[in-house]
Design a protein around this ligand. Structure first.
Ligand code: M6R
Length: 616
């Protein structure tokens, strides 16, 4: 997830673009850049200035310092790295070979390797490691034949597979910005003798409240006085101008009151991004580019140790069950803080897989370093590109879940689970997994984003349930097999966001102790989808009921039996047993969120916690 801003009008564009980037910083801040173009009619017509810097927007501001730049056209970009580390060379805007055409891109160009190879054969020189840069050269290639920027952008986009929110300018046509969208958001801002484009309205609300949202496969040509919108086949599209009433703060959160809620609701999209280009459903295969350099070593490993902390470790535990059941590889899960101080037995046939959203968690990082010292093959599942864990592992898979701002891990977890399912498919098919089973997993995984949308529709019901239990002082979260770890995660989420004491337990273990706690004031939350342990978990529910305990259940749609036992039920769609955690955790995130909000807690920044724990 990156942020794009564009301005064209009669005012100096540099500071307007910088101001827009500051408002888009929440979308990522690995690096940023602005390209300012002088208007056709000015004395410098066709000249440009470019500013780039690594890290937060304040670094770009320092870089710009007191520069006086008169140009009245600008495109700017704040980067959340996906392909290529955070660096000046990888910062947008990117240019073609001759520095005539400049682009700012948000999204992923899936077929960039093929396009890049083809363009290099035609003599194009690339300056960055990004997927985005191919767009500039592809447009250049068409422009060299037709000398028409709009047509060149259109023809280039017809060759592209993947997602884009794109802004393009050229020194050859310095009176327009061409923008296009497919899968990554873009909105036009309509002003008086000036127009804007941005990844979201927060970047332009200071200047105009009148906006036009672009839809997928639309291209717009914006000048200072006008704009036109067409589809990729050159057919004009008629669009309504809308009036925005949000404040800037509200718009960064896309109208959600907290980042946490926004991130919960983003999960269909973030999982889609984690899976994009990686599932070959018809062959029942997973394609993981980040593991290509260790494919042979992976064929020979005899054991995996997964390390992580907090939510990431719980993701690892689900991964353990997936990998053992479907890929037939022995797996152990360890929390980083334990692993680093004991004497784990590791050899060259052991792969140590670190899972981390931030890629900076000190305990996970040190565990990884210890594994490396002992000769293990080190792998990572990491969200933040270029982070320390990503750099220090030999190979790995990026989550591509986009920045997670809320302290509570939500969309990072479901992305980690999705990537673990991909890894299971990848390693399973290398070993003994049948084509039929591979296809089944791939098909079910592909359906997950759609199923999450169904769960999110129960937001109102979950809010009501949270209200009903808001005065409870304790909770027991219970699950078995794949959902045992989700019981631990649900309890953690409730603790961190609402400060309510919650214990996560295996439902099978409950009778060995925790059942002593149960009375009418100690509710239990059961994760009980219709899976291979359903009957067993129902026994546990009967035992709680018999002791007067209140029960909230997460159940599979259509399960009438559970409704007779539980006081409140939240339904999830049916899926493959190993994928149920990706669905069952969603109601638990919402439940924790509403419990926290009902107590007036700042759920995005709960007390004593940090988003990235870089100390022991
Ligand atoms: O960045 P990481 O994934 O390495 O972070 C690990 C934990 O600190 C993190 O998951 C923490 O438990 C979250 N606050 C949970 O919501």
């Amino acid at each position: 997830m990156c942020g794009i801003i564009g301005y064209i009008g009669n005012k100096p564009a540099l500071n307007i673009a910088l101001d827009g980037l500051k408002r888009l910083e929440y979308r990522g801040y690995d690096s940023s850049g602005i390209l300012v173009l002088d208007n056709k009619n000015s004395e410098n017509g066709g000249k440009y200035n470019v500013f780039k810097s690594v890290g937060k927007i304040k670094n770009l501001e320092t870089e710009i310092a007191d520069s006086v730049v008169a140009g009245t056209i600008a495109i700017g970009h704040t980067r959340w790295a996906t392909h290529g580390k955070p660096s000046i060379n990888n910062s947008h805007p990117h240019s073609d070979c001759k520095k005539n055409i400049w682009i700012a891109h948000n999204g992923i160009i899936e077929n960039y390797k093929t396009l890049k190879k083809h363009l290099e054969e035609q003599g194009h020189r690339f300056f960055s490691e990004t997927d985005s840069e191919v767009l500039a050269h592809l447009i250049e290639e068409f422009f060299s034949h037709n000398e028409n920027l709009e047509e060149s952008v259109r023809l280039a986009l017809k060759l592209v597979k993947g997602t884009y929110g794109l802004a393009v300018v050229s020194v050859k046509e310095p009176d327009k910005i061409i923008v296009a969208r497919s899968g990554s958001p873009l909105v036009l801002g309509v002003g008086q003798n000036e127009n804007f484009v941005a990844s979201d309205v927060s970047a332009i609300l200071n200047y105009t409240k009148k906006v036009v949202y672009l839809d997928d496969n639309e291209i717009a040509v914006i000048s200072g006085s006008d704009f036109t919108i067409k589809d990729l086949n050159n057919e004009p599209r008629k669009k309504e101008i809308q009036l925005i009433e949000w404040t800037i703060e509200e718009s960064q959160k896309k109208g959600f009151p907290h980042f946490m809620l926004k991130e919960i609701f983003e999960q269909p999209e973030s999982i889609e991004n984690s899976l994009r280009g990686r599932l070959i459903v018809e062959d029942g295969l997973a394609k993981l580019g980040g593991l290509e350099n260790v494919t042979e070593e992976l064929r020979n490993i005899e054991r995996i140790i997964i390390v992580g902390c907090g939510t990431a470790a719980y993701a690892g535990r689900v991964g353990e069950y997936m990998l053992e059941e479907y890929a037939g590889i022995p797996v152990e899960v360890e929390i980083g803080s334990e692993f680093r101080y004991r004497k784990p037995i590791i050899d060259k046939k052991t792969a140590v897989l670190a899972i981390s959203q931030s890629g900076e968690t000190a305990d996970t990082l040190e565990a990884l370093r210890e594994a490396k010292r002992k000769g293990a093959l080190t792998l990572g599942i990491v969200n933040v590109v270029g982070s320390t864990i990503a750099r220090e592992t030999v190979a790995g898979v990026y989550n591509h879940a986009g920045p997670e701002i809320g302290v509570a891990s939500t969309k990072a977890l479901t992305s980690q689970l999705s990537v673990l399912a991909l890894l299971t498919l990848f390693l399973g098919r290398q070993r003994n997994m049948s084509l039929t089973m591979g296809k089944r997993i791939a098909e079910e995984l592909k359906e997950i984003p759609q199923k999450i949308k169904i769960i999110l529709k129960q937001n109102g019901t979950i809010k009501k349930i949270a209200k009903k239990y808001k005065n409870s002082k304790n909770f027991l979260y219970l699950g078995r097999k794949y959902n045992y770890s989700i019981a631990l995660e649900g309890a953690l989420k409730l603790k961190e966001i609402s400060y309510i004491h919650a214990e996560g337990y295996s439902a099978g273990e409950m009778k060995h102790g925790p059942i002593a706690l149960i009375d009418k004031n100690f509710p239990s939350l059961f994760i009980a989808p219709r899976d291979s342990v359903y009957e067993k978990i129902m026994n546990g529910m009967e035992e709680i009921k018999a002791r007067g305990g209140k029960i909230i259940a997460i159940a599979t749609r259509g399960d009438k039996k559970i409704a007779r036992l539980a006081d409140d039920v939240i339904y999830i769609p049916k899926t493959l047993e190993m994928l149920t955690p990706i669905l069952s955790v969603i109601p638990l995130q919402l439940f924790a969120y509403y419990m926290g909000v009902s107590k007036g807690i700042d759920v995005d920044k709960p007390r004593n916690l940090a988003k990235s724990v870089t100390v022991e």
